[in-house]
Design a protein around this ligand. Structure first.
Ligand SMILES: NC(=O)c1ccc[n+]([C@@H]2O[C@H](COP(=O)([O-])OP(=O)(O)OC[C@H]3O[C@@H](n4cnc5c(N)ncnc54)[C@H](OP(=O)(O)O)[C@@H]3O)[C@@H](O)[C@H]2O)c1
Length: 242
């Protein structure tokens, strides 16, 4: 059982309405953390400390701006930022069009770069902050159709490594979680058509609660020396990729 850092009182989770983001939110809410989350639609899950911000991160100007204004209007800032919103438009390289390329880069990377840039300033002032990005094993081993998604995730990872170096001395840590196959709306169709027993050493897809538990590692009471790091949570998939 991980005890959260005592300075972690308010967290922003992008994509907190469903899937992995919601599982992380629920774990944090259980621990008494106030969670603000952004997504286009509100979550079906309700809790007095779970606050929705309606924002579309496919719009790299208005999306992050709406989230930032939500905090500024209330005179508050997050001391944790979990970048969990993500989208994929699976298509072979020559079938990707401007719209699918731009959407995947915006939601998975550019809007998060802007939110991290904004959140880092009050975190540095407070000399405490925890930033975690949800990447994907696709960033290293993209399957056919995942090239743009992989590029966006790899770009966000590279940005976060740079942030880890720049922000470490200010008490702000930047880490990433790298899931493989996890059962959510995002992957359901893909997983239904595959027999994972032949692909994943553990023999099954992961569940979102397992990812949430791994994210807590980066938010724990003694997590200050963990920065620029990653936890791959893929049931051994990366070891089995030929
Ligand atoms: N599931 C997997 O197998 C898997 C594997 C590797 C990595 N990941 C990564 O894990 C993260 C979470 O995925 P998930 O499986 O939990 O997916 P999910 O169940 O589809 O949830 C995606 C979340 O992102 C939000 N989102 C999507 N597009 C958005 C937009 N344009 N603006 C704002 N919010 C948006 C969704 O809310 P709205 O739709 O209401 O906007 C939702 O809250 C993603 O970054 C994904 O790339 C997932």
């Amino acid at each position: 059982m991980i005890t959260l850092h005592k300075k972690l009182a308010r967290v922003l989770i992008t994509g907190g309405s469903r899937g992995i983001g919601l599982a992380i939110a629920r774990r944090l809410l259980e621990c008494g953390v106030q969670v603000h989350y952004c997504s286009r639609r509100p979550s079906g899950y309700e809790h007095p400390a779970f606050v929705h911000v309606a924002a579309d991160l496919a719009d790299t100007d208005l999306g992050p701006k709406t989230v930032i204004e939500h905090f500024e209007e209330r005179g508050i800032a997050p001391d944790g930022l979990i970048c969990a919103a993500g989208t994929i438009c699976e298509a072979l390289v020559f079938k990707q069009v401007d719209q699918t390329i731009e959407r995947q880069l915006a939601v998975n990377m550019t809007s998060h770069i802007k939110l991290i840039q904004w959140a880092a300033v009050p975190m540095m002032r407070a000399r405490f902050g925890r930033i975690v990005a949800v990447s994907s094993t696709a960033a290293r081993f993209p399957a056919p159709g995942q090239s743009v998604y992989a590029a966006a995730k790899a770009g966000l990872e590279a940005f976060l490594k740079g942030c880890a170096v720049e922000l470490a001395s200010k008490g702000v840590t930047c880490n990433r979680i790298v899931p493989g196959y996890i059962v959510t709306d995002f992957s359901r169709e893909y997983l239904e058509s595959r027999d994972l027993r032949k692909v994943v050493p553990v023999g099954r897809a992961g569940i979102r609660e397992e990812v949430a538990e791994a994210v807590l590692l980066f938010l724990g009471a003694n997590s200050g020396y963990l920065t620029g790091s990653e936890v791959v949570i893929d049931g051994g998939l990366s070891l089995a990729v030929k």
